[in-house]
Design a binder for this molecule. Structure first.
Ligand SMILES: NC(=O)c1ccc[n+]([C@@H]2O[C@H](COP(=O)([O-])OP(=O)(O)OC[C@H]3O[C@@H](n4cnc5c(N)ncnc54)[C@H](OP(=O)(O)O)[C@@H]3O)[C@@H](O)[C@H]2O)c1
Length: 318
Protein backbone atom coordinates (compact mmCIF):
# COMPACT_ATOMS: atom_id res chain seq x y z
CA UNK A 1 0.00 0.00 0.00
CA UNK A 2 1.33 3.49 -0.84
CA UNK A 3 1.73 6.30 1.70
CA UNK A 4 -1.53 8.02 0.65
CA UNK A 5 -3.44 4.76 1.04
CA UNK A 6 -1.98 4.22 4.51
CA UNK A 7 -2.87 7.79 5.51
CA UNK A 8 -6.44 7.35 4.25
CA UNK A 9 -6.73 4.15 6.24
CA UNK A 10 -5.49 5.90 9.35
CA UNK A 11 -7.95 8.74 8.78
CA UNK A 12 -10.80 6.33 8.16
CA UNK A 13 -9.94 4.36 11.28
CA UNK A 14 -9.85 7.58 13.32
CA UNK A 15 -13.24 8.57 11.87
CA UNK A 16 -14.64 5.16 12.72
CA UNK A 17 -13.34 5.40 16.30
CA UNK A 18 -14.83 8.90 16.62
CA UNK A 19 -18.20 7.75 15.35
CA UNK A 20 -18.20 4.79 17.74
CA UNK A 21 -17.36 7.04 20.66
CA UNK A 22 -20.16 9.45 19.68
CA UNK A 23 -22.62 6.55 19.54
CA UNK A 24 -21.42 5.43 22.97
CA UNK A 25 -21.86 8.94 24.40
CA UNK A 26 -25.34 9.24 22.89
CA UNK A 27 -26.18 5.99 24.68
CA UNK A 28 -24.64 7.15 27.96
CA UNK A 29 -26.65 10.37 27.75
CA UNK A 30 -29.89 8.41 27.78
CA UNK A 31 -29.01 6.74 31.10
CA UNK A 32 -30.53 8.80 33.92
CA UNK A 33 -28.53 9.47 37.08
CA UNK A 34 -29.74 7.31 39.95
CA UNK A 35 -30.98 8.93 43.18
CA UNK A 36 -27.78 7.72 44.78
CA UNK A 37 -25.66 9.55 42.19
CA UNK A 38 -27.62 12.80 42.23
CA UNK A 39 -25.72 14.88 44.74
CA UNK A 40 -27.40 18.07 43.52
CA UNK A 41 -30.89 19.54 43.91
CA UNK A 42 -32.89 22.57 42.80
CA UNK A 43 -30.96 24.51 45.46
CA UNK A 44 -27.65 23.75 43.74
CA UNK A 45 -26.52 26.90 41.94
CA UNK A 46 -24.60 26.70 38.68
CA UNK A 47 -23.31 29.75 36.83
CA UNK A 48 -22.58 29.62 33.11
CA UNK A 49 -20.66 32.41 31.39
CA UNK A 50 -21.57 33.22 27.79
CA UNK A 51 -24.85 31.34 28.22
CA UNK A 52 -26.85 33.24 25.63
CA UNK A 53 -25.84 31.08 22.66
CA UNK A 54 -23.79 28.19 21.34
CA UNK A 55 -22.30 25.67 23.74
CA UNK A 56 -22.99 27.90 26.77
CA UNK A 57 -26.71 27.94 26.05
CA UNK A 58 -26.72 24.15 25.76
CA UNK A 59 -24.73 23.70 28.97
CA UNK A 60 -27.28 25.93 30.73
CA UNK A 61 -30.19 23.96 29.27
CA UNK A 62 -28.74 20.55 30.14
CA UNK A 63 -27.79 21.51 33.71
CA UNK A 64 -31.29 22.93 34.23
CA UNK A 65 -32.79 19.73 32.77
CA UNK A 66 -30.88 17.82 35.45
CA UNK A 67 -32.77 19.89 38.00
CA UNK A 68 -30.22 22.49 39.12
CA UNK A 69 -30.87 26.22 39.31
CA UNK A 70 -28.77 27.74 36.57
CA UNK A 71 -27.75 31.35 36.28
CA UNK A 72 -27.48 32.14 32.60
CA UNK A 73 -25.12 35.05 32.17
CA UNK A 74 -24.50 37.09 29.08
CA UNK A 75 -22.66 40.32 28.36
CA UNK A 76 -25.62 41.48 26.27
CA UNK A 77 -28.74 41.88 28.41
CA UNK A 78 -31.26 41.56 25.56
CA UNK A 79 -29.61 38.40 24.19
CA UNK A 80 -29.37 36.91 27.69
CA UNK A 81 -32.98 37.67 28.56
CA UNK A 82 -34.20 36.19 25.27
CA UNK A 83 -32.20 32.99 25.82
CA UNK A 84 -33.49 32.74 29.40
CA UNK A 85 -37.07 33.19 28.21
CA UNK A 86 -36.72 30.19 25.88
CA UNK A 87 -35.57 27.99 28.77
CA UNK A 88 -38.20 29.33 31.20
CA UNK A 89 -40.87 28.46 28.63
CA UNK A 90 -39.56 24.88 28.79
CA UNK A 91 -40.24 24.91 32.53
CA UNK A 92 -36.57 25.06 33.51
CA UNK A 93 -35.18 26.88 36.54
CA UNK A 94 -32.98 29.47 34.85
CA UNK A 95 -32.26 32.98 36.08
CA UNK A 96 -30.57 35.70 34.03
CA UNK A 97 -27.87 38.12 35.11
CA UNK A 98 -25.67 40.36 33.01
CA UNK A 99 -21.96 39.48 33.06
CA UNK A 100 -19.16 40.67 30.83
CA UNK A 101 -16.09 38.75 31.98
CA UNK A 102 -13.61 41.31 30.63
CA UNK A 103 -15.25 44.04 32.73
CA UNK A 104 -14.09 43.96 36.38
CA UNK A 105 -17.05 46.09 37.46
CA UNK A 106 -19.48 43.67 35.80
CA UNK A 107 -17.84 40.74 37.64
CA UNK A 108 -18.08 42.64 40.97
CA UNK A 109 -21.75 43.51 40.44
CA UNK A 110 -22.53 39.92 39.48
CA UNK A 111 -20.72 38.46 42.51
CA UNK A 112 -22.42 40.88 44.93
CA UNK A 113 -25.82 39.96 43.43
CA UNK A 114 -25.22 36.22 43.58
CA UNK A 115 -24.03 36.43 47.20
CA UNK A 116 -27.05 38.50 48.23
CA UNK A 117 -29.57 36.34 46.36
CA UNK A 118 -28.21 32.81 46.87
CA UNK A 119 -25.46 33.09 49.47
CA UNK A 120 -22.96 31.44 47.12
CA UNK A 121 -22.57 29.10 44.16
CA UNK A 122 -21.73 25.42 43.67
CA UNK A 123 -20.66 25.19 40.04
CA UNK A 124 -18.93 27.67 37.75
CA UNK A 125 -18.73 26.90 34.04
CA UNK A 126 -16.21 29.20 32.39
CA UNK A 127 -17.56 28.95 28.87
CA UNK A 128 -17.35 32.51 27.49
CA UNK A 129 -14.71 32.84 24.83
CA UNK A 130 -13.78 34.38 21.51
CA UNK A 131 -11.87 33.40 18.41
CA UNK A 132 -11.26 35.36 15.27
CA UNK A 133 -9.94 32.51 13.16
CA UNK A 134 -12.02 29.94 11.39
CA UNK A 135 -10.73 26.84 9.64
CA UNK A 136 -7.09 27.09 8.74
CA UNK A 137 -6.84 30.90 9.03
CA UNK A 138 -4.17 32.03 11.43
CA UNK A 139 -4.56 35.74 11.90
CA UNK A 140 -3.23 37.25 15.14
CA UNK A 141 -4.68 40.72 14.58
CA UNK A 142 -7.04 40.18 17.49
CA UNK A 143 -4.50 38.38 19.68
CA UNK A 144 -4.83 40.84 22.56
CA UNK A 145 -8.61 40.50 22.65
CA UNK A 146 -8.47 36.71 22.39
CA UNK A 147 -5.92 36.35 25.20
CA UNK A 148 -7.64 38.95 27.39
CA UNK A 149 -11.02 37.27 27.09
CA UNK A 150 -10.12 33.61 27.03
CA UNK A 151 -7.36 33.67 29.61
CA UNK A 152 -7.17 36.85 31.73
CA UNK A 153 -10.94 37.38 32.03
CA UNK A 154 -11.54 33.69 32.77
CA UNK A 155 -8.86 33.87 35.44
CA UNK A 156 -10.41 37.05 36.96
CA UNK A 157 -13.84 35.48 36.97
CA UNK A 158 -12.53 32.32 38.67
CA UNK A 159 -10.69 34.33 41.33
CA UNK A 160 -13.79 36.41 42.04
CA UNK A 161 -16.06 33.38 42.35
CA UNK A 162 -13.85 31.09 44.46
CA UNK A 163 -14.60 32.93 47.72
CA UNK A 164 -18.31 32.49 46.94
CA UNK A 165 -18.14 28.74 46.43
CA UNK A 166 -20.19 26.88 48.98
CA UNK A 167 -18.81 24.13 51.17
CA UNK A 168 -20.23 20.68 50.54
CA UNK A 169 -19.34 17.04 50.95
CA UNK A 170 -19.25 16.62 47.15
CA UNK A 171 -17.08 19.69 46.63
CA UNK A 172 -17.73 22.74 44.47
CA UNK A 173 -16.69 22.56 40.83
CA UNK A 174 -15.10 24.82 38.24
CA UNK A 175 -15.19 23.64 34.63
CA UNK A 176 -13.14 25.43 32.01
CA UNK A 177 -14.47 25.04 28.47
CA UNK A 178 -11.08 24.93 26.81
CA UNK A 179 -9.75 23.31 23.65
CA UNK A 180 -7.53 20.49 22.49
CA UNK A 181 -5.73 23.16 20.49
CA UNK A 182 -4.29 24.37 23.79
CA UNK A 183 -2.73 21.10 24.84
CA UNK A 184 0.80 21.60 26.05
CA UNK A 185 1.97 18.13 25.13
CA UNK A 186 -0.01 17.38 22.00
CA UNK A 187 1.94 15.85 19.15
CA UNK A 188 1.16 18.82 16.94
CA UNK A 189 0.48 22.51 17.47
CA UNK A 190 2.69 22.88 20.49
CA UNK A 191 5.21 25.39 21.79
CA UNK A 192 8.67 24.60 20.41
CA UNK A 193 10.59 25.66 23.54
CA UNK A 194 10.91 22.46 25.60
CA UNK A 195 11.98 24.33 28.73
CA UNK A 196 8.99 26.68 28.56
CA UNK A 197 6.71 23.68 28.07
CA UNK A 198 8.19 22.08 31.17
CA UNK A 199 7.73 25.28 33.22
CA UNK A 200 4.12 25.55 32.07
CA UNK A 201 3.51 21.95 33.00
CA UNK A 202 5.02 22.35 36.46
CA UNK A 203 3.38 25.80 36.71
CA UNK A 204 4.47 26.99 40.14
CA UNK A 205 2.68 30.32 39.86
CA UNK A 206 0.59 32.25 37.39
CA UNK A 207 3.65 34.41 36.57
CA UNK A 208 4.95 31.87 34.06
CA UNK A 209 1.59 31.82 32.27
CA UNK A 210 1.37 35.63 32.19
CA UNK A 211 5.01 35.83 31.09
CA UNK A 212 4.28 33.49 28.16
CA UNK A 213 1.22 35.51 27.09
CA UNK A 214 3.14 38.81 27.34
CA UNK A 215 6.06 37.43 25.35
CA UNK A 216 3.72 36.31 22.59
CA UNK A 217 1.81 39.62 22.54
CA UNK A 218 5.08 41.56 22.33
CA UNK A 219 6.10 39.44 19.35
CA UNK A 220 2.70 40.06 17.75
CA UNK A 221 3.39 43.80 18.05
CA UNK A 222 6.85 43.62 16.45
CA UNK A 223 5.87 40.96 13.90
CA UNK A 224 8.35 38.34 15.14
CA UNK A 225 5.67 35.91 16.39
CA UNK A 226 5.90 33.92 13.13
CA UNK A 227 9.34 32.61 14.05
CA UNK A 228 8.66 32.53 17.81
CA UNK A 229 8.02 28.77 17.99
CA UNK A 230 4.35 29.19 18.96
CA UNK A 231 1.56 26.74 18.05
CA UNK A 232 1.16 26.86 14.28
CA UNK A 233 -2.60 26.47 14.08
CA UNK A 234 -4.91 29.25 15.33
CA UNK A 235 -1.90 30.57 17.24
CA UNK A 236 -3.51 33.25 19.41
CA UNK A 237 -6.54 31.10 20.26
CA UNK A 238 -4.43 27.99 20.92
CA UNK A 239 -2.18 29.97 23.26
CA UNK A 240 -5.14 31.48 25.11
CA UNK A 241 -6.49 27.98 25.78
CA UNK A 242 -3.04 26.66 26.65
CA UNK A 243 -2.99 29.39 29.33
CA UNK A 244 -6.42 28.29 30.57
CA UNK A 245 -5.18 24.70 30.79
CA UNK A 246 -2.05 25.71 32.69
CA UNK A 247 -4.17 27.85 35.03
CA UNK A 248 -6.39 24.81 35.63
CA UNK A 249 -3.37 22.75 36.70
CA UNK A 250 -2.23 25.54 39.02
CA UNK A 251 -5.62 26.21 40.62
CA UNK A 252 -6.31 22.51 41.11
CA UNK A 253 -3.07 22.21 43.05
CA UNK A 254 -3.68 25.32 45.15
CA UNK A 255 -7.28 24.34 45.90
CA UNK A 256 -6.36 20.75 46.75
CA UNK A 257 -4.94 22.10 50.02
CA UNK A 258 -8.41 23.04 51.24
CA UNK A 259 -9.78 20.84 54.04
CA UNK A 260 -12.32 18.07 53.37
CA UNK A 261 -15.81 19.51 53.01
CA UNK A 262 -14.45 22.72 51.49
CA UNK A 263 -12.92 21.22 48.37
CA UNK A 264 -13.17 22.91 44.98
CA UNK A 265 -12.37 20.75 41.94
CA UNK A 266 -11.11 22.45 38.79
CA UNK A 267 -10.93 20.69 35.45
CA UNK A 268 -10.79 21.69 31.82
CA UNK A 269 -12.29 20.08 28.74
CA UNK A 270 -12.68 20.26 25.00
CA UNK A 271 -16.22 20.25 23.60
CA UNK A 272 -15.05 18.98 20.20
CA UNK A 273 -15.32 20.89 16.93
CA UNK A 274 -18.78 22.30 17.39
CA UNK A 275 -21.28 23.82 14.98
CA UNK A 276 -21.54 27.32 16.47
CA UNK A 277 -20.87 30.90 15.40
CA UNK A 278 -17.27 30.44 16.59
CA UNK A 279 -16.51 27.87 13.89
CA UNK A 280 -18.64 29.66 11.29
CA UNK A 281 -21.08 26.75 11.78
CA UNK A 282 -18.53 24.46 10.15
CA UNK A 283 -17.94 22.16 13.16
CA UNK A 284 -19.03 18.54 13.02
CA UNK A 285 -20.47 18.27 16.54
CA UNK A 286 -23.91 19.67 17.37
CA UNK A 287 -23.92 22.02 20.42
CA UNK A 288 -26.00 19.46 22.40
CA UNK A 289 -23.08 17.03 22.15
CA UNK A 290 -20.47 19.75 22.63
CA UNK A 291 -22.11 20.58 25.97
CA UNK A 292 -22.06 16.96 27.10
CA UNK A 293 -18.54 16.68 28.53
CA UNK A 294 -18.66 20.01 30.44
CA UNK A 295 -22.04 19.02 31.95
CA UNK A 296 -20.90 15.48 32.77
CA UNK A 297 -17.74 16.88 34.38
CA UNK A 298 -19.69 19.41 36.46
CA UNK A 299 -21.99 16.69 37.79
CA UNK A 300 -19.50 13.83 38.34
CA UNK A 301 -20.78 11.94 41.38
CA UNK A 302 -18.27 11.36 44.17
CA UNK A 303 -15.77 13.41 42.24
CA UNK A 304 -12.29 13.87 43.49
CA UNK A 305 -10.59 14.42 40.15
CA UNK A 306 -9.01 17.82 39.71
CA UNK A 307 -6.50 19.49 37.41
CA UNK A 308 -7.28 17.18 34.48
CA UNK A 309 -8.34 17.60 30.86
CA UNK A 310 -11.31 15.75 29.36
CA UNK A 311 -12.81 15.26 25.93
CA UNK A 312 -15.73 12.99 25.05
CA UNK A 313 -16.05 12.02 28.73
CA UNK A 314 -12.48 10.71 28.81
CA UNK A 315 -9.39 12.05 30.47
CA UNK A 316 -6.72 12.88 27.93
CA UNK A 317 -3.12 13.88 28.18
CA UNK A 318 -2.66 17.66 28.03
N1 LIG B 1 -17.11 25.73 18.78
C1 LIG B 1 -16.05 24.94 18.91
O1 LIG B 1 -15.74 24.12 18.04
C2 LIG B 1 -15.20 25.04 20.15
C3 LIG B 1 -14.09 24.16 20.26
C4 LIG B 1 -13.31 24.20 21.40
C5 LIG B 1 -13.62 25.10 22.40
N2 LIG B 1 -14.69 25.96 22.27
C6 LIG B 1 -14.96 26.90 23.37
O2 LIG B 1 -16.31 26.77 23.77
C7 LIG B 1 -16.75 28.01 24.33
C8 LIG B 1 -18.06 28.40 23.70
O3 LIG B 1 -17.85 28.60 22.32
P1 LIG B 1 -19.02 28.52 21.21
O4 LIG B 1 -18.54 27.62 20.17
O5 LIG B 1 -20.32 28.30 21.86
O6 LIG B 1 -18.91 30.00 20.62
P2 LIG B 1 -19.97 31.16 20.41
O7 LIG B 1 -21.24 30.64 19.87
O8 LIG B 1 -19.22 32.20 19.66
O9 LIG B 1 -20.27 31.66 21.89
C9 LIG B 1 -19.32 32.35 22.64
C10 LIG B 1 -20.03 32.88 23.86
O10 LIG B 1 -19.06 33.60 24.65
C11 LIG B 1 -19.61 34.87 24.95
N3 LIG B 1 -18.58 35.87 25.24
C12 LIG B 1 -17.56 36.28 24.48
N4 LIG B 1 -16.88 37.25 25.13
C13 LIG B 1 -17.50 37.45 26.32
C14 LIG B 1 -17.30 38.31 27.41
N5 LIG B 1 -16.32 39.21 27.42
N6 LIG B 1 -18.11 38.21 28.49
C15 LIG B 1 -19.13 37.31 28.50
N7 LIG B 1 -19.41 36.51 27.47
C16 LIG B 1 -18.60 36.56 26.39
C17 LIG B 1 -20.41 35.22 23.71
O11 LIG B 1 -21.26 36.32 23.97
P3 LIG B 1 -21.86 37.25 22.75
O12 LIG B 1 -23.06 36.53 22.22
O13 LIG B 1 -22.18 38.54 23.44
O14 LIG B 1 -20.76 37.39 21.75
C18 LIG B 1 -21.13 33.90 23.50
O15 LIG B 1 -22.18 33.77 24.41
C19 LIG B 1 -15.62 29.00 24.08
O16 LIG B 1 -14.83 29.14 25.23
C20 LIG B 1 -14.81 28.33 22.98
O17 LIG B 1 -13.47 28.75 22.96
C21 LIG B 1 -15.47 25.94 21.17
Amino acid sequence: MDVTGKRMNKKERAKERREKRHEEISRLRTIPYSDHQRWWSAETIAVVTGGNRGIGFEITRQLALHGLTVILTSRDTVAGEEATKILLEQGLKVVFHQLDIVDHKSIDIFCAWVKEKYGGIDILINNAGVSHNTGSENSVECAEKVINTNYYATKNMTKAVIPLMRSSAEGARVVMVSSRLGRLNGRRNRIADVDLRRQLEEVESEDIIDFTMNKFLEQVKDGSWVIGGWPQNNTDYSLSKLAVNAYTRLMARILSERPEGQKIYVNCCCPGWVKTAMTGWAGITPPEEGADTPVWLALLPGQSVSGKFFAERREINF
